[in-house]
Design a binder for this molecule. Structure first.
Ligand code: GLN
Length: 487
């Protein structure tokens, strides 16, 4: 059964259509694989076996009646545990929501169900999606399938580990500052953050609403493009959702990229790059040159401010978004409070983990009177300046490339005592969120310890087709994507 689980999502769906395997059999194989390896990985917070099998049965009924099927029908998927799915808990890997049951489906989740994609479980994450290593889950850490003593990256570490270990061929994650791309890079798979507004955030637990986007994980670029097609589109429930048609993102995958102008971001290839990552970027540059693209360096001088800007804006927004978890409306309520104020304080003290508390305090500080202008307003102004750097760069370049992260997956525990070191992991990914750009991480080789390296590609807003095209060309020029973690 591992054979079929190792295939791409498109191949799995073909096998179902050709009746080589039924959707129920494939879903059972995925559930079996989870039973087999997830004790070691910790990728799932909960398993939604009944929901998955119900969907798979519907696929098999349609096949029996020779009815049309959506493209990814029957292909098992892992859903990050910060998106609502009726009949399951949505915990956000937090004690405060440990027993919270989804009252409605997120729009992205509903689209998965409408497309008959069996959701096999809720994937582990850093608490409230705050983190870069998936060590901030209140329940358990996620381990990297390539080396169990390493982190999978965060915050969507469970989603990435599930796809990298062939528990599923597909997963959804959310990306506020890199939470899809970083784990994709550390786990050797494809992870993509769409243009801000492409995918509805309705039913996603909000972290920083001006930055959050839901996006796909897969082992191939084509699968990721197909999954984005499923989940994107206008939604009246999300006021930031864009009212534009969903296009076929796979249509131009194999287009020639001769003459395309690709900029290598100077600020992201200079300092602090590990030698293996540096080598992989050189290979990527050579690959694109040999495919006929013009590759030159480009400077985005304000990129260096991204981390500072992000950790003011994201914490400010989260301090406001997380105010709703007060013991009254959602989740955990303390058992021993004598009055209302004590109830709020104890509920939040008991329910939130240390990183979430740190962010709420930082954000509250940045928004408080007297500091608002100096921090929050300044950060908003600087966000504009970084965005302008991109606008200038895209006047000359079709796409920008960089490593997804200056280093490969680090050891579990290596950065838990040093929040700043952890925050710096996002140096290459955050700016795409600040500017609302589509960005992807694709496999780009391995370091001397056999750990995967990710290449990040960014293109202008709403040019997902081009982004997938440029990614596909690179993917097909190498066989990195064919190598699968041996667990
Ligand atoms: N690592 C970043 C953070 O900790 C990004 C998280 C995310 O994208 N959700 O905030």
């Amino acid at each position: 059964m591992l054979e079929i689980l190792k295939k791409s999502a498109i191949e799995q769906s073909k096998a179902i259509r050709n009746k080589e395997i039924s959707a129920v059999e494939l879903t059972k194989a995925s559930l079996e694989r989870i039973k087999e390896v997830d004790d070691k990985l910790g990728a799932f917070n909960s398993i939604t076996e009944n929901i998955a099998l119900d969907t798979a049965k519907k696929v098999d009924e349609k096949i029996a009646k020779n009815e049309e099927l959506p493209l990814l029908a029957g292909v098992p998927l892992a859903l990050k545990d910060n998106m609502n799915l009726i009949g399951s808990k949505t915990t956000a890997s937090s004690k405060i929501l440990e027993n919270f049951v989804s009252p409605y489906n997120a729009t992205a989740t509903q689209k998965l169900l409408d497309n008959l994609i069996p959701i096999v479980g809720k994937a582990n994450l850093d608490e409230f999606a705050m983190g870069s290593s998936n060590e901030n889950s209140a329940f358990k850490k996620v381990h990297n399938p390539w080396n169990l003593s390493k982190v999978p990256g965060g915050s969507s570490g469970g989603s990435a580990a599930s796809v990298a270990s062939c528990e599923t061929a597909l997963a959804l994650g959310s990306d506020t500052g890199g939470s899809i791309r970083l784990p994709a890079s550390f786990c050797g798979i494809v992870g993509m953050k769409p243009t801000y507004g492409k995918v509805s955030r309705y039913g996603l637990i909000a972290f920083a609403s001006s930055l959050d986007q839901i996006g796909p994980f897969a082992r191939t670029v084509e699968d990721a493009a197909a999954l984005l097609e499923v989940i994107s589109g206008y939604d009246k429930h999300d006021s930031t959702s864009l009212n534009i048609p969903v296009v076929n993102y796979r249509k131009n995958l194999n287009n020639d990229i001769k003459g395309l102008k690709i900029g290598v971001i100077k600020e992201l290839i200079s300092d602090g790059l590990s030698p293996d990552v540096e080598k992989a970027i050189k290979t990527a540059i050579d690959t694109y040159k040999s495919l006929g693209a013009e590759v030159t360096e480009v400077s985005l001088p304000n990129l260096k401010h991204s981390i500072g800007i992000y950790y003011i804006l994201a914490t400010a927004e989260c301090s406001s978004n997380l105010a709703r978890f007060d013991g009254v409306k959602y989740g955990h309520r303390t058992a021993n409070a004598k009055n209302l104020l004590e109830m709020y304080c104890k509920t939040r003290a008991e329910g939130f983990g240390p990183e979430v508390k740190r962010r709420i305090m930082l954000g509250t500080y940045a928004l408080s009177s007297g500091y608002y202008d100096a921090y929050y307003k300044k950060a908003l102004q600087m966000r504009r300046v970084v965005t302008d750097d991109f606008i200038k760069a895209f006047a000359k370049f079709d796409a920008l490339i960089s490593p997804t992260c200056p280093n490969t997956a680090f050891d579990l525990g290596a950065k838990t005592e040093d929040p700043l070191a952890m925050y710096l992991t996002d140096i290459a990914t955050i700016s795409a969120n600040l500017a609302g750009l589509p960005a992807i991480s694709i496999p780009a080789g391995f370091d001397s310890d056999g750990m995967p390296i990710g290449l990040q590609i960014m293109t202008p807003q709403l040019t997902e087709e081009k982004l997938f095209n440029i990614s596909y060309k690179f993917e097909q020029a190498h066989d990195y994507y064919k190598q699968i973690a041996n667990i």
